[in-house]
Structure formats: structure tokens, C-alpha cells
Design a protein around this ligand. Structure first.
Ligand code: ADP
Ligand code: ZN
Length: 361
């Protein structure tokens, strides 16, 4: 099954299903990437041993020339040093402006490979083959980039993929913690824009958690569709797109203060979405019950909702004020009005945020 994402004058397909990786060659051709193009696959050390050979085999059989580069797993690889190594390999492999870079992996590989594709000879074709659920978030919207020692995602670009090939079979080798983390972004899309999707997630949590192909496929498709609708209305983040940051101002602060080790991204934004609901209820912005339902839903997917051990609310608030989204030191927070409805609230009273955090800590 295929979802088409329309952005500006460009439309690209997100192909979702069990075993779709086997169709990679035909799908590349459909996307205008013919065997005359050299391909460069970027993957990580956990994903490559499982999926790189079959992918390359399918491509080579169809006549493509394929080189690859396998990077260490984890956020540390979204660095200038690894970016340089990848670029060196790409140049050595003889990529030219007609070549394409394929990302085979999760969000880390996707962000790095996308940035490499955006900057190699001022931009070449990019194809995503996500192997985590979380990658559903990075596969729509075109944000690619790497980290700087002074902050996450500070170096980047907008570069849309030509094709996203989402093989749900690959999700079954994910560690449980990564599965839960991936659902955090899926849940986020429901909480932002679609109460009926939240009902559906609540109803089918168990099946989804088992990674039943058909149900996970539906969840990915719906999550991507919601994100695509928001992003296409606002490709460069002037307004609406900011709503996608639900839970992220808190979450990024947790991640930074834990030095990206104790909590992964999905876990951090899970706790962040709970806090956003808590603040929203405190200041009378949200209906009563939004916090309780948010927390319950996240728990159904085995996500953490409690305050991270050992963090000081004051320290979290300080980091939040330095977030990319903060303008002139004032905090703007995405807060729920109801389940399935959020708004960007400027000038949220810091004291209210601090009190909400202290209640949780
Ligand atoms: P995310 O997609 O969650 O942002 P990563 O790219 O860091 O994050 O992937 C999370 C972890 O899961 C990494 O250690 C990665 O190597 C591993 N991983 C990714 N996809 C798979 C998979 N399909 N099977 C097993 N491990 C995987
Ligand atoms: Zn996120």
C-alpha cells in the first residue's frame, strides 16, 4: 500500500508493507532512479548484518552499482566526524550528481544520510528505507541533519526523499524499548490532530505492540498522513509545523541533561507530552482529563511517563529556555486543548511550568 506525500511541486511515495524491501529495484525505477545511477547505501552496525546484503542483492541483480558505508549505531554517529567519513566514502565510490543515497536504518541513519544527500555536490537524490517506527517521523518533512557538540540537530537542511520504502517486516528485530519509543511519535500525531486515531490506538494497543504487520502498517500510514498534512501546509516551519513539537521542548531538555544516554528520544517526549498536558490543565488551557488519558495511552505502549530520576526541575527549565524554538528567551510551548487538538502557546508563565514539573519530580 502506498501513501503519496505532496510537498510543493514534488510528490513522493511512501510504500508500506511486509516484504516491500524486495521490490526496491522496481520502486527506484518508478521514482526515476535508473540503474544508470550509482547507489550508496548508508546503514549502521545493528541493521547492516540483518538487511544490507538482501537489499544490495536485489539492487545488483537489477543492474545497479552499489557501494555502502556502515556506521556505528546511536546518536553519536550524527556527528561532523562521521559525516566527513561518509562523504569521503561517497567521493571514493565515485558518486556523481545522478547518484542516489539510500538510508537503511532508523532515525540516526536517516538524518545523517539525508544530510549527506542534501550536501553531496549541492544535493543528490535521497531514498529512505526505515527500519524503526520512529523513522516514520523523519521520513515525512524533509528535515535532515547532524549534531554539533553544542546542541542537537544544529547543522542541517531540508531535503525531501524521492521514495520511502517502509518494510514492516524489518521492525520485528527491533529491541522492545525501541518499539515503544517509536510508538511515542505515532501517539504524538494522534494527540496533535486526530482524536479518532487516539481511540483507535487505545483500542488496538495490544495488537500494535505485537507488531502485527497489517495494524502497524495502518498506524504508520495514519501517522505519516497526519504529519504530511501539517508539513505540506507549512514546509519551512513558520506556524503550524511547530505543533509537531508537542512534548519536544521538555523532551529535548531531558535528553540533553541525561546526555542522551538514560532516555531515548521516544521516552523523553513521552514524559514531555505528559508534562505538556499537566501544564495545560494547571493553567486552565486544557479540559480536565486530558492529562490522565495522555498518561494512560502512553503506558499502554509501555512508555515511561514519570519524571526522570535525578533531574532538577530548575535545570530542565533552564535548558528549555535555550531551545531552538524559544524566541527572545520567552518560552513558547505546544499545549493540548483537548485530545487531538493542540495549540502553540506563547509566554507560558515559567512559574506554572516549574510548579507542574515539581509536582511530578
Ligand atoms: P530512531 O529511529 O529510534 O531514532 P536509531 O536510528 O538510533 O533511532 O535506532 C535505534 C536503535 O535500533 C539503533 O541501535 C539501531 O541500530 C537499532 N535498529 C534500528 N533498526 C533496527 C532493526 N530493524 N532491528 C534491530 N535493530 C535496529
Ligand atoms: Zn521527535
Amino acid at each position: 500500500e502506498t501513501l503519496y506525500v505532496e510537498l510543493g511541486e514534488r510528490t513522493y511515495p511512501i510504500v508500506i508493507g511486509d516484504g516491500v524491501m524486495r521490490q526496491v529495484a522496481a520502486l527506484l525505477q518508478d521514482a526515476g532512479i535508473s540503474p544508470a545511477s550509482r547507489l550508496f547505501v548508508i546503514s549502521d552496525e545493528n541493521v547492516a548484518p540483518r538487511y544490507l546484503q538482501p537489499l544490495k542483492q536485489a539492487l545488483v541483480t537489477a543492474g545497479y552499482r552499489v557501494a555502502d558505508c556502515v556506521i556505528p549505531p546511536g546518536e553519536q554517529s550524527k556527528s561532523l566526524a562521521v559525516y566527513e567519513q561518509v562523504m569521503t566514502r561517497a567521493i571514493e565510490a565515485g558518486l556523481d550528481r545522478k547518484s542516489a543515497i539510500l538510508a537503511l536504518g532508523g532515525g540516526v541513519v536517516g538524518d545523517l544520510a539525508g544530510f549527506a544527500a542534501a550536501t553531496y555536490m549541492r544535493g543528490i537524490a535521497f531514498v529512505q528505507v526505515p527500519t524503526t517506527l520512529l523513522a516514520h517521523d523523519s521520513s515525512v518533512g524533509g528535515k535532515v541533519g547532524i549534531n554539533h557538540p553544542l546542541g542537537k540537530n544544529l547543522i542541517g537542511a531540508f531535503h525531501q526523499p524521492r521514495l520511502v520504502l517502509y518494510d514492516t517486516a524489518a521492525l520485528r528485530t527491533l529491541p522492545e524499548r525501541e518499539v515503544a519509543a517509536g510508538f511515542a511519535e505515532v501517539i504524538k500525531h494522534g494527540l496533535i490532530a486526530d482524536e479518532s486515531f487516539v481511540d483507535w490506538l487505545e483500542e488496538h494497543a495490544e495488537r500494535l505492540w505485537q507488531l502485527d504487520a497489517e495494524w502497524v502498517g495502518r498506524a504508520i500510514r495514519r501517522g505519516c498522513a497526519i504529519k504530511a498534512a501539517i508539513v505540506s501546509a507549512d514546509e519551512t516551519e513558520q506556524g503550524q509545523r511547530a505543533l509537531l513539537n508537542l512534548g519536544h521542548t521538555f523532551g529535548h531538555a531531558f535528553e540533553a541533561l541525561c546526555e542522551y544516554a538514560v532516555l531515548n528520544h521516544g521516552e523523553a517526549i513521552s514524559i514531555g507530552m505528559c508534562l505538556a498536558a499537566k501544564v495545560a490543565e494547571r493553567i486552565g488551557f486544557a479540559q480536565a482529563g486530558v492529562f490522565a488519558r495522555t498518561e494512560r495511552l502512553l503506558r499502554l505502549f509501555r512508555l515511561p511517563t514519570a519524571w526522570p530520576n535525578g533531574l532538577e526541575p530548575e535545570a530542565v527549565l533552564d535548558v528549555m529556555k535555550r531551545d531552538k524554538k524559544a524566541v527572545g528567551g520567552k518560552l513558547a510551548l505546544v499545549l493540548p486543548r483537548a485530545i487531538g487538538q493542540v495549540e502553540l502557546v506563547k509566554d507560558v508563565d515559567e512559574q506554572e511550568i516549574l510548579t507542574a514539573m515539581k509536582e511530578e519530580a
